[in-house]
Design a protein around this ligand. Structure first.
Ligand code: PBG
Length: 335
């Protein structure tokens, strides 16, 4: 039965602009390209050594010889930057994480090898002590177990300089100590590293989404259930992220990062709107693991969800995304 239409026609027909692919393609406001992606990789010692990370299907820890073909793949796919994270031999971990400042440590060697083979590929290195400390915290502990700030910053300066000297294009302090961006910037300038960029993890939350990463770098066991709530941000806070970003910019950050990603897209949007600075988000290990697990169960369509999740970052205002899906996504986007 055909009921009479009470109105002569809808006032508005937004569906006109969704009717065909050409219209949708013409009008789409945001897009992801491989140039928006930064690929995080886990490195460890040895030769020909590849170890799967159980909680991150498709992600391996690689020795430096196996890292080079991955870097080559990133160049081929148009991924502009690779981000290095170390899984340090437990024998090299100490309470003060001094291995982090070793100019011939794993990360400086990885940086030199990458810059030699692929000078045009950007390389970013993480500046934080947690992979190097026996207790898994991002700083030095005092007798009460408090993570001390200023002495930790001195260590971070040493680490950042070791990375810059080995050729890091971008150093990325991910530790959340106060004042470390200004201190690192000053040290870089004094040593003539005027081109080294700083991507500040400005708004890094004390998140439960980092679990699989801690498996990958081997800090979960070291932490033994301890949390990082006394330095990483409380997930309930939004205004505080803006204050953190403002001080990192004043201290000399070139780019800022929000982490985790998908659960914090409101922060990405607020930061971008407030500061108009290159703004990045980290789709962290737990976000990766969720999508992988759902896809493995046949509950979500992997490729479509990956691309939609990355598009959401762009729509929220991110200039780019650190994501373990970078190579998968770049491959899909190239098709
Ligand atoms: C610590 C660090 C963490 C991540 C990167 N650097 C987490 C932590 O606080 O233990 C997490 C990245 C991810 O989950 O993918 N400096």
């Amino acid at each position: 039965m055909h009921l009479p239409n009470p109105a002569p026609f809808p006032q508005n027909r937004p569906r006109r602009l969704r009717r065909d692919a050409f219209t949708r393609n013409l009008l789409r406001e945001n897009a992801v390209t491989p140039h928006d992606l930064i690929y995080p990789v886990f490195v460890h010692e040895g030769r020909g050594r590849r170890e799967a990370v159980a909680s991150m299907p498709g992600v391996d820890r690689l020795s430096l010889d196996l890292l080079l073909p991955v870097a080559e793949d990133c160049v081929r796919l148009g991924i502009p930057v690779l981000a290095l994270f170390p899984a340090i031999d437990p024998a090299c971990k100490t309470p003060d994480g001094s291995e982090a400042q070793n100019p011939d440590g794993l990360i400086p060697r990885a940086l030199r090898a990458l810059k030699k083979e692929f000078p045009d590929l950007g390389v970013m290195s993480d500046v934080a002590l947690d992979p190097y400390t026996s207790h898994g915290q991002d700083g030095l502990l005092d007798a009460s177990g408090y993570i001390v700030n200023d002495d930790t910053v001195v260590c971070l300066i040493g680490q950042a300089l070791a990375h810059a000297e080995a050729g890091a294009d971008i150093v990325a302090p991910s530790d959340m100590m106060d004042g470390r961006i200004g201190a690192i910037r000053k040290a870089l300038e004094e040593r003539g590293h005027i081109h080294t960029r700083i991507m500040a993890y400005s708004a890094k939350y004390a998140s439960a989404f980092y679990g699989p990463f801690r498996d990958a770098v081997g800090t979960r066991g070291a932490l033994g259930g301890a949390d990082k709530n006394a330095y990483q941000m409380d997930p309930g806070n939004g205004d505080e992220a803006l204050r953190e970003v403002a001080s990192d910019i004043a201290e000399g950050a070139d780019m800022v990062l929000i982490k985790p990603g998908m659960p914090y897209l409101d922060i990405v949007r607020r930061v971008k709107d407030a500061f108009h600075l290159p703004t990045f988000a980290y789709q962290v290990s737990g976000e990766y693991a969720m999508i992988k697990a759902a896809a493995a169960n046949g509950w979500l369509e992997h490729d479509a969800v990956v691309l939609e999740s990355l598009l959401a970052f762009k729509r929220a205002g991110a200039d780019g995304v650190l994501t373990y899906f970078a190579r998968d996504a770049a491959r899909l986007l190239g098709k």
